[in-house]
Design a protein around this ligand. Sequence first.
Ligand SMILES: [Zn+2]
Length: 216
Amino acid sequence: MPGLEHGLIQSPINILTKSVEQVDSRTITVRYKDEVNAVANLGHTIQLHFAEGSTISAHGKTFQFKQMHFHTPSEHQLDGMTYPMEMHIVNAAEDKENGRIEYLVASILFKMGEENKFISDFREFIPEETHSIQNIQSGRVRLSDLLMVARKNKSEEGLYFYKGSLTTPPYTESVNWYIDKHIYEASPEQIHTIKKIEGHNARKVQKIHDRIIEGS
Ligand SMILES: [Zn+2]
């Protein structure tokens, strides 16, 4: 397709956990504002924002936080399993050498379970009208409420890492994907609420080709 990059490192993928290459833990430094200050209903997804100036650093590069959004169902699969929801935390940095934007996307998978505090905190602010944005008062919605969950066992610690692409046009192949091994919980009702707005917005899984998926 002209104008689109359709190469050998497309996303999402199905991660076969048995074939993941074990590596030492990766250092990711998160400097997020934590407080979510706006939620947008874009029709095809629900998107959350922080105030300017949130960054995340990995492999010697600092990425600026851009936005986070949801997919229903999940785009990534683990051992062929699709989860009911996935959240993408999108960060970007200028890649001057290649004249493009390099991304770091952190992915969080959700299963049906207990009500999730983070989702219930922003839910009331989701605008009913599509393509509209609602500001959120400071301190009402905190990302740390989502991320600071206890890992029950070793297998839930760490991340999967691989090089891939954006999952929406133009499918640019400059994404460092970090997928949290911990599967988060949200209530069926919460997932349904988000799905009702977004509809099905997951790209189908792409071929891995000769990529190595790392796990820490
Ligand atoms: Zn996404």
